[in-house]
Ligand binder design. Structure first.
Ligand SMILES: C[S@@+](CC[C@H](N)C(=O)[O-])C[C@H]1O[C@@H](n2cnc3c(N)ncnc32)[C@H](O)[C@@H]1O
Length: 377
């Protein structure tokens, strides 16, 4: 049986998390990990990788992916000059349109192309722009499929039913992809209500996965906003106890609406003085209100150290926090309170460069050595 070749795209910095998630499915092998993408192949037939339009609950299979595509064509990059665009028209002419349509249908995607829209991106200096790339590829594909082409040049969204294609030029390769689902995987079915500063769901999923959750654990988001982290935690490991606080009633409403029937408790509470017992929380997941979009309110206004103090107070000895922070400065508070950053990863997210940080309680070197020695006796 031939393997289907797929490409999952993600936020810059999440490539290792996405690669790990692909391997953990147990039915795929990775071909390459590149800039914001992981190429892989799967042997399983009729398996839905998007969730949308395929699986019964509409939840995507790869939660850290922004989108999942069939690999239509991959060849050497065409080069930086405008007359190199002819190479892209050739690439589009060589695509096996019927084979792709069949493959997409068997994996839960739409049955027909409807129309063609292309989204392009490139690395390095070129004498053409993204619209030149999109129009070159899109016109050839539309003509071959006998359907309309929608250009993005004028900023209008494509009419519904158009198939989404993606073309990347990364200096090494020209890669043409066809979206598997009817819409991007990062658009979650549950996320109908939103708040300023709300998290991109694939980033929230990567944070939940980094938490290494186990059923029965107590998971807290002290500034839960629209509840994205708690809901992604539930979809990562069902059976965890999920608790969220927020000062803003609109945020609490949004979180409750998004959570729907899921077991997520959302309460009014100030993250600077949480109504939570000492050392009672196994995992904290949070992007605190330090960013440009949301101000810290209540007891946190002008006092970010109170947030850190509460974090250190509520975590159990084996506790762990996975945080998204706009910069490394706050980590000084964590260290002073006995919390060690054991992993730091920079992401690139809508023009900002936040840090995904994993914190654990500092182990007392002498105490753990004594424990090791006692265990050895
Ligand atoms: C960056 S948003 C969190 C977004 C959330 N992770 C999501 O995906 O929607 C920060 C949240 O902190 C809340 N907030 C600000 N000050 C707070 C405080 N003292 N206690 C609790 N929540 C607070 C804001 O109302 C806002 O909803």
């Amino acid at each position: 049986m031939t393997a289907a070749r797929l490409v999952a795209r993600c936020v810059r910095g999440l490539e290792p998390a996405l690669g790990t998630e692909i391997l953990r499915t147990g039915s795929a092998a990775i071909d390459w990990i590149g800039h914001r993408e992981v190429g892989f192949r799967t042997w399983a037939r009729n398996e839905t990788w998007t969730g949308h339009g395929g699986s019964s609950d509409g939840e995507p299979r790869l939660r850290t992916a922004d989108d999942v595509f069939l690999l239509a064509r991959r060849q050497d990059d065409i080069g930086p000059h405008k007359n190199d665009l002819a190479g892209l028209a050739e690439l589009a002419r060589a695509v096996d349109l019927e084979g792709l349509a069949r493959e997409r249908r068997t994996r839960g995607g739409p049955a027909v192309f409807g129309g063609i829209e292309v989204s392009a991106s490139f690395l390095g200096r070129r004498t053409y722009n993204r619209y030149d790339i999109e129009d070159t590829v899109g016109r050839v594909l539309a003509e071959r499929a006998g359907v309309p082409y929608h250009t993005r040049r004028h900023g209008e969204p494509p009419p519904p039913g158009h198939s989404g294609w993606r073309l990347t030029l990364d200096g090494g390769h020209a890669t043409l992809l066809l979206r598997l689902g009817g819409r991007p995987a990062h658009r979650r079915v549950y996320k109908n209500a939103t708040v300023p500063g709300t998290l991109h769901p694939p980033v929230a999923a990567a944070m939940a996965q980094a938490a290494e959750l186990r059923p029965g654990q107590r998971v807290l988001d002290p500034c839960c906003g629209a509840g994205t982290l708690l809901i992604e935690a539930h979809h990562t490991v069902p059976g965890v106890t999920l608790l969220g606080f927020d000062l803003d009633p609109a945020a609490r409403r949004a979180a409750r609406q998004n959570a729907g029937p899921l077991p997520v408790a959302v309460e009014h509470g100030d993250a600077g003085a949480l109504p939570v017992a000492d050392r009672s929380i196994d995992r904290v997941l949070c992007n605190p209100p330090w960013g440009a979009q949301v101000d810290a309110g209540g007891r946190l206004a002008g006092h970010p150290e109170r947030w850190w103090h509460e974090l250190a107070r509520v975590l159990t000895d084996e506790g762990r926090a996975i945080l998204l922070l706009p910069e490394a400065r706050g980590l000084g508070h964590a260290l002073a309170l006995g919390l060690t950053p054991v992993h730091v990863q920079q992401l690139s997210l809508f023009g900002s460069r936040p840090l995904l940080v994993r914190l654990e309680r500092q182990r007392d070197g002498r105490r753990s050595r004594a424990r090791r020695e006692a265990a050895a006796r």
